[in-house]
Design a protein around this ligand. Structure first.
Ligand SMILES: Cc1cc2nc3c(=O)[nH]c(=O)nc-3n(C[C@H](O)[C@H](O)[C@H](O)COP(=O)(O)OP(=O)(O)OC[C@H]3O[C@@H](n4cnc5c(N)ncnc54)[C@H](O)[C@@H]3O)c2cc1C
Length: 381
């Protein structure tokens, strides 16, 4: 189906991403999944190919493309069955570095954004804490000014790229009495004394992506590492989350489309009772519903992303995209597994991976329940 989000140029980038994924990444995917870590050469390689700067200005080493260029890259990586790498790259280029471009000083852009676009420095984003997940404003990580420095104390968890990252975009409390109006963003480099990775989290899905617990223990950073304005962190993160949810929704539907095609192919070749199982109405209708739900979610995502690209503020609409896409994707993956019967439940067929990976889409970047809260609030409830 046609859409207004992508032009021929975007489709050319999609082809280039597919060639890269098929030739350079997919041959290693099973090994990375087993090792629960994809190789460190992937980020620099993506940087060299220009994939990490598709939508960033040329003066910072980007390709100068529009917002949809970043989306088509993430979408195609997920569609190729590389959702762990897709998520890691999206955390880097669609979640951690957009606040740098929007709120960063020129010096910060030169020190962090330029090497991030080249893939020389990997970025992560630190919001979640052991006692603060959905309730972002309740974070406890503290930043206290001391002369020309800030001193950080606290803990972050579930941080994607947390093991490999060279710097973190960190949300911390600067004015504890002001609630959400007392949070700020900081840039903290790996190797800064007091900043360390304390644990690597083992996960059900997205296994090739590293997820870490991080600790900040009297970690001193220069005052110039405050990102944007002091005490504006909550609003900066709410802005960031729109992009995070949009790209998450698009990646979820892309992986759902992949697993749908696997189920369709299987239904055409698996014979029971003397005919392909796809000829039974019970299976055919499942596939028809899956195709319809994927297309509906995809079109909602594309039209919302198009409006985001035009600069609209779309908190409710993006929450709707994330909610619908995650629900559809998990349902499609579950039905695809069912269509594969017992083989779907084995590690020999790829359907199990999408079934595990996609479960995250209903949690990461804000849960289904949080998305419904946002939508309900917009209805005046
Ligand atoms: C693999 C993975 C990668 C991640 N990557 C990152 C990352 O890079 N950076 C980062 O900062 N975070 C990251 N996260 C964290 C993620 O954003 C949080 O897990 C998510 O926001 C939910 O927070 P929580 O896990 O603390 O759950 P909780 O907030 O404790 O929620 C538990 C349950 O209670 C429900 N709930 C909570 N509040 C309400 C309410 N008001 N009304 C109704 N229901 C409610 C939730 O919907 C959920 O079902 C990642 C998580 C995972 C699993």
């Amino acid at each position: 189906m046609r859409n207004s989000l992508y032009s021929e140029e975007h489709e050319m980038v999609r082809q280039a991403v597919r060639r890269f994924a098929e030739k350079e990444l997919l041959p290693h995917a099973a090994q990375w999944e087993a090792a629960e870590y994809f190789a460190d050469w992937v980020f620099p390689r993506m940087g060299t190919l220009g994939f990490l700067g598709l939508r960033y200005p040329q003066r910072y080493g980007g390709q100068g493309g529009d917002y949809a260029m970043g989306l088509v890259f993430a979408e195609e990586m997920a569609h190729c069955g590389l959702s762990s790498v897709a998520m890691a790259a999206a955390v880097h280029a669609e979640m951690a570095t957009p606040p740098l471009l929007k709120f960063g000083s020129e010096d910060q852009k030169q020190r962090f954004l330029v090497p991030a676009i080249r893939g020389e420095k990997v970025a992560c984003l630190g919001i979640t804490e052991p006692n603060a997940g959905s309730d972002v404003a309740s974070i406890a990580t503290r930043a206290v000014r001391d002369g020309n420095s800030w001193i950080l104390n606290g803990q972050k968890t579930f941080i994607t790229n947390g093991v490999r990252a060279d710097f973190i975009v960190l949300l911390a409390k600067t004015s504890p009495t002001l609630g959400r109006k007392g949070l700020s963003l900081f840039l903290v480099e790996k190797g800064t004394p007091g900043f360390r990775v304390t644990n690597t989290i083992k996960k059900v899905g997205m296994r090739a992506s590293d997820t870490a617990e991080l600790v900040f223990d009297d970690c001193r950073i220069p005052e110039t590492n405050l990102l944007g304005e002091e005490n504006k962190g909550f609003y900066q993160i709410m802005w960031e989350l729109q992009g995070e949810r949009m790209v998450g929704a698009i990646m979820a539907v892309a992986e759902a489309a992949l697993v749908f095609h696997q189920a369709l192919a299987y239904a055409k070749q698996r014979v029971q009772f003397g005919q392909p199982i796809g000829k039974f109405q019970a299976i055919a209708h499942k596939l028809a519903s899956m195709a319809t739900a994927i297309e509906a979610a995809r079109q909602l995502n594309y039209s919302t992303a198009q409006r985001l690209a035009e600069g609209e503020n779309l908190i409710k609409e993006v929450a709707m995209c994330k909610l619908v896409s995650a629900r559809v994707a998990c349902q499609v993956a579950d039905t695809a597994l069912q269509i594969h019967g017992g083989y779907g439940f084995t590690m020999d067929f790829p359907v199990q991976q999408a079934w595990r990976d996609l479960r995250l889409s209903r949690i990461g970047g804000g849960t289904d329940e949080v998305m419904k809260d946002i939508i309900a609030k917009s209805l005046g409830l």
